[in-house]
Design a protein around this ligand. Structure first.
Ligand code: ADP
Ligand code: MG
Length: 732
């Protein structure tokens, strides 16, 4: 029969098996996303460990159900094979994890060694020794195979490798490897306790051993699942608090396991008690009836009759009834030879009781010290005693079957509830996760985010409110963009009216004198070249103005950046002329980039407009340059710029693995420059130093550039001028 402690340890095993399976799945999933070999092998370590634990549970259950020894032997061979594989994967993991690539050649040796072990396990015969109250057998292979020492050695290697790593990297990233090494030591400790249990048979050691395995599995999960650069790497235990899923699962699984554990323990114990009472009562009846039968004779019955009596008494599957005399010597026994030899049974506790003229029943030890279930009844009339006893193992076989069956039910129950629990917890976590992603995206400035929702609970309402909020935010931002655009349009329109006026004047003059000069051939030629030219000019200005004034429809297409710049410069041509600004273009041959032409035009308008506004009335120089190149950094930006002297960069953060082709757009002016103190607030919304400024030009510019995965660098010296350099990836 299983003791309460053994049952608790089985529950711990189930828990550990579940965590290992989950861990195996997590690591293998990581392998497929990050393609790091170490994850694959650690997943396999977890998986083979899981096989080991679940086969151990199965072996315990099967033993209790009275399964054939041959099946148990096969299962135990399986357990040992999974240990060998686990050790093998562990070694490969150590090499990959700590970059000991020079040791990769050892794989061959280890694979051969593991193959040799597996071959020996399969080909040798096995002796299982079960002892009372110990559910795990001592396993003897007919040939010696040092599997457990090999296994222990690998864990020791993992601990050593981790601690050496910690020692070498004292300053940083040491907490996770400490967890790794510590957990490996805990596995060793667990192995030690399981050894103690096997030797001494005290179930408490078994519980301690499995609790340690559980703790180490959690330690491994933390050490390997948390990315070393994540903030949680400094306090790994806080990882369990980092996801709602873990919290829900913890509550759910813990509750279920505790509930199941206590109820099954209680029911098993109650039914055990009543069943064992019934069995003992049954034996007591048998002993009493034998005693009365013997006492019913007037003189002591013959040896043959007594022999017939005890042989005819069925006592369970493997039990016996026998009769002793007042000295404790056998008078009758189903084993006739023992009876004839008059064996001394005085050491049997049942015999002791009956010799003390007691009658009753219970659990006691027989003459060789094995635990028995039985009963005894004296026959005072002839100075004899009847003892009925059966080894506890077979007497309680039904009980153990009941016990194993109810445990199996509980195991299945726990697995099912855990699965339902995971499903349930995930369904709660998923919308929260999406919402969190949404808020993070909005915080970074992406206002186009929409969180899909189909739930109508509090989270669903929160999501709807969130979507509404971002929509309003987006609209107000769009209005701001529009007002900034109107401001640019205002500036341009003033100059442009002037610009349109010139060709109009010349057209008017020409048409006025047309009538008089109709016959002049020269005039007619001049007229037909100049007038269409002037009209075309007006048309171009009107068209680009119209195009710029149209509301932005975000759409991606191939964009000719040089063409866009030309158009923007045309829009500002008259403005430049008016302020006496010399415009220089140095446009390199550019590949087309993917982007939103309207938005990029707005970017150039904003920067060119600022440049013109920065130049004093006395005039200046505006240089627009484009170029191609490669960078190793790109991407979404940090809000605060990165500073180098009087230069600041907005937007870069993502390091690339290989150089990425980009284009550069450089717009420089010889204007008043930007004081260093203003540089860092340059891109803040509403930051302006102008009387009629909106302060929205640059923030909008930055947002657009960010959306194109680009960055902006600003170099400026007060009094001497400013340069804006925009970097855009070629494959936007
Ligand atoms: P606004 O032009 O409406 O002021 P912007 O966001 O376009 O808003 O520019 C913010 C501020 O940045 C400007 O007010 C100005 O002080 C400064 N600035 C931008 N570009 C330049 C430049 N080329 N030279 C000097 N200062 C500039
Ligand atoms: Mg501006």
């Amino acid at each position: 029969m299983l003791t309460t402690l053994t049952i608790i340890s089985i529950f711990t095993e189930i828990f550990a098996a579940g965590i290992m399976l989950a861990g195996a799945a997590a690591f293998i999933k990581n392998y497929f996303s990050a393609k790091k070999l170490k994850d694959l092998f650690f997943g396999l370590v977890f998986f083979t460990f899981f096989l080991y634990v679940s086969a151990t549970i199965a072996s315990q259950m099967m033993f209790n159900l009275g399964t054939d020894l041959s099946a148990l032997i096969l299962l135990n061979k399986g357990i040992y094979i999974s240990i060998v594989l686990c050790a093998l994967f562990l070694w490969v993991f150590i090499v990959e994890k700590f970059n000991l690539f020079r040791l990769r050649w050892t794989y061959v040796i280890f694979v051969l060694l593991a193959g040799f072990f597996v071959y020996r396990i399969l080909s040798s015969s096995v002796n299982l020794i079960y002892r009372e109250g110990v559910v795990e057998p001592i396993v003897f292979f007919s040939v010696s195979i040092p599997i457990k020492p090999f296994f222990a050695l690998m864990w020791l290697a993992l601990a050593a490798a981790s601690f050496i790593y910690v020692y070498k990297n004292r300053a940083r990233h040491i907490i996770l490897p400490l967890y790794l090494g510590g957990s490996a030591l805990i596995v060793l400790l667990a192995m030690f306790f399981s050894f103690l249990y096997l030797r001494l048979g005290t179930a408490a050691y078994l519980v301690v051993s499995w609790v340690l395995v559980l703790v180490s599995a959690l330690g491994f999960l933390l050490a390997e699942l948390i990315p070393p650069e994540a903030p949680q790497a400094q306090a790994p235990l806080s990882f369990f608090r980092s996801r709602i899923l873990f919290k829900l699962m913890l509550i759910f699984v813990l509750l279920i396991v505790i509930l199941f554990e206590t109820t099954t323990l209680a029911t098993i114990n109650i039914s055990k008690q009543s069943l064992s009472k019934a069995i003992i009562a049954n034996y007591q009846g048998a002993a009493k009836s034998l005693a009365t039968k013997i006492a019913s004779f007037s003189s002591e019955p013959s040896f043959a009759y007594l022999e017939e009596l005890v042989s005819g008494q069925r006592v369970g599957k493997e039990g016996v009834a026998f009769v002793v005399d007042e000295g404790g010597y056998l008078v009758a026994h189903p084993d006739k030879i023992r009876a004839m030899q008059g064996e001394n049974m005085g050491a049997d506790e049942g015999v002791m009781r009956v010799l003390a003229a007691e009658s009753g029943g219970g659990e006691f030890r027989n003459e060789i010290g094995s635990l028995m279930v039985g009963a005894y009844a004296p026959v005072a009339k002839f100075g004899l005693g009847v003892v009925v006893e059966e080894p506890i193992f077979s007497a309680y076989s039904e009980l153990r079957r009941l016990e194993a069956n109810s445990l199996l039910f509980v195991i299945v129950g726990i697995i099912l509830t855990a699965l339902v629990g995971i499903f349930f917890a995930r369904s709660i976590e998923k919308p929260i996760k999406e919402l969190t992603q949404g808020t993070e995206a909005v915080a970074k400035g992406d206002l186009r985010w929409h969180v899909a929702t189909d739930s109508c609970d509090e989270i669903g309402r929160l999501t709807t409110a969130f979507n509404q909020m971002t929509k309003e935010l987006r609209e107000s931002q769009e209005r701001l963009i529009l007002s900034e655009k109107l401001a640019s349009l205002g500036t341009m329109a003033a100059g442009m009216a002037h610009e349109i006026k010139n060709p109009l004047v010349s057209i008017r003059t020409f048409t006025q004198i047309l009538e008089q000069k109709w016959d002049d051939k020269d005039f007619r030629e001049k007229f037909s070249t100049i007038i269409p030219h002037e009209i075309e000019r007006i048309n171009r200005i009107a068209e680009s103005l119209l195009k710029f004034g149209k509301p932005m429809k975000p759409e991606l297409s191939k964009v000719d950046v040089n063409g866009l710049l030309e158009e923007v410069l045309l829009l500002f041509e008259s403005e430049c002329k008016k302020h006496n600004i010399r415009v220089t273009k140095k446009l390199a041959d550019l590949p087309e980039v993917t982007g939103d032409a309207g938005q990029l035009q707005q970017v150039f308008v904003n920067i060119v407009k600022n440049a013109i506004e920065a130049m004093p009335k006395g005039g200046g120089a505006l240089v627009v340059k484009t170029d191609v190149g490669e960078v190793i950094r790109l991407g979404k930006m940090r809000r605060e710029g990165i500073k180098h002297g009087s230069e600041m960069v907005w937007g870069e953060s993502q390091e690339l693995e290989q150089p990425t082709p980009v284009i550069f757009i450089e717009i420089s002016d010889s204007g008043e420059g930007i004081p260093e103190a203003n540089l860092k607030s340059l891109f803040d919304p509403f930051f302006t130093t102008k009387m009629t400024g909106t302060g929205m030009g640059l923030p909008i510019t930055l947002r657009i550039v960010e959306e194109h995965q680009g960055s902006i660098k600003v170099r400026s010296q007060a009094g001497r001028g400013t340069t804006f350099i925009i970097t855009l990836p070629q494959k936007g």
